[in-house]
Design a protein around this ligand. Structure first.
Ligand SMILES: Nc1nc2c(ncn2[C@@H]2O[C@H](COP(=O)(O)OP(=O)(O)OP(=O)(O)O)[C@@H](O)[C@H]2O)c(=O)[nH]1
Ligand SMILES: [Mg+2]
Length: 312
């Protein structure tokens, strides 16, 4: 008899959209199928895929830019996956619907694989299941995967760590956001995309960003500040070509492998927390001692490490 894992794996190889969706759900639910499936994914495809992270303040044009990138990537004949991270902040919660509608442009294209993931209500970090989603999409033949997030909060930083290359999208008129983000921008972003370049202030923003990025440019010789008008699909060809050149640079210098390895460590830690947390919640119920939490934590860790301690 064929196991459910094998069935899903066959579905992935055949690029069956339902199998991709079910495989990601299996991992999110942390079922038994997940482990079998994840162990059997095609590692060559996973190594080859290019994972792009897109972040930036609400309204800068991330979703519009993502849609434009999907269009261009498809025109170039590549299969593309999108992981849309649903905002965890209620303030920008209204954006999801708009994103979905924009994605509908590609709703009938079997080579555009879309998956939304919520940051809210997860126990461990988002890294764990998003990382698995990346690998599942890669194993289904996606050559480029875009992870779109909102803002620069902790869960977004986690996502950035999953990406090979991170693009920060800004737009003129985001002065306060940008001042607050300056240190963070340089830390997380490989590219700074000045979107809405049809708006006044775009040139000044570019110059400002070029100054911040000048050290990074010298490192690779590749421009790191690019202008787009996402709503008119302008600048996206150049952006993608530059990103691909940078990807080659990362690959030849072993930096992509290094970034992947760090991401795997982060994901592993996330899974450890995800797996252990329910066990500790249970253990706490059996151990309602009123000792200091720091001391109690160590006691519980000892108990879980060495369950024989429970009944001395
Ligand atoms: N003038 C102009 N407007 C743009 C451009 N790109 C996007 N927009 C508009 O800016 C608004 C916000 O764009 P989105 O793509 O939804 O921005 P976002 O960053 O995804 O926003 P959140 O999902 O809320 O974080 C929309 O009304 C877009 O049509 C551009 O290049 N020029
Ligand atoms: Mg959006």
């Amino acid at each position: 008899m064929i196991s459910k894992g094998e069935e899903l794996l066959t579905g992935l190889k055949e690029q069956d959209p339902r199998a991709i969706g079910r495989a990601i759900s299996a991992v999110e639910n942390n079922g038994d199928v997940a482990a079998d499936l994840l162990a059997a994914l095609d590692q060559d495809l996973i190594d080859k895929v290019l994972v792009l992270g897109i972040t930036g303040p609400p309204g800068a044009g991330k979703s519009t830019l993502t849609a434009g990138m999907i269009k261009t990537i498809r025109e170039q004949g590549q299969r593309v996956g999108i992981i849309a991270v649903d905002p965890s902040s209620p303030i920008s919660g209204g954006a999801i619907l708009g994103d979905r509608i924009r994605m509908m442009d590609h709703a009938l294209d079997p080579d555009v694989v879309v998956r939304s993931m919520a940051t809210r209500g997860r126990l461990g970090g988002l890294c764990s299941s998003a990382g698995a989603a990346v690998r599942i999409m890669a194993a289904s033949g996606c050559e480029v995967i875009i992870i779109e997030t909102v803002g620069v909060g902790q869960s977004e930083m986690d996502i950035v760590r999953l990406a090979d290359i991170t693009l920060m999208v800004l737009a003129p008129g985001f002065g306060d956001d940008i001042q607050a983000m300056k240190a963070g921008i340089l830390e997380v972003a490989d590219f700074l995309v000045v979107n809405k370049s049809d708006q006044p202030g775009a040139e000044a923003l570019c110059m400002d960003m070029e100054q911040i990025f000048s050290a990074k440019v010298e490192e690779s010789g590749i421009t790191r500040v690019l202008q787009t008008i996402a709503s008119e699909n302008r600048g996206i060809d150049t952006l993608l070509a530059t990103v691909h050149r940078f990807a080659e640079h990362l690959d030849t210098h072993g930096i992509k492998a290094q970034r992947r390895s760090q991401a795997l460590d982060a994901e592993t830690l996330d899974w450890i927390l995800e797996i252990l947390r329910p066990r500790f919640i249970l253990a706490m119920k059996d151990n309602p001692k009123q000792t200091d939490p720091r001391i109690r934590a160590q006691e519980l860790i000892n108990t879980i490490h060495n369950p024989h301690n429970i009944t001395p």
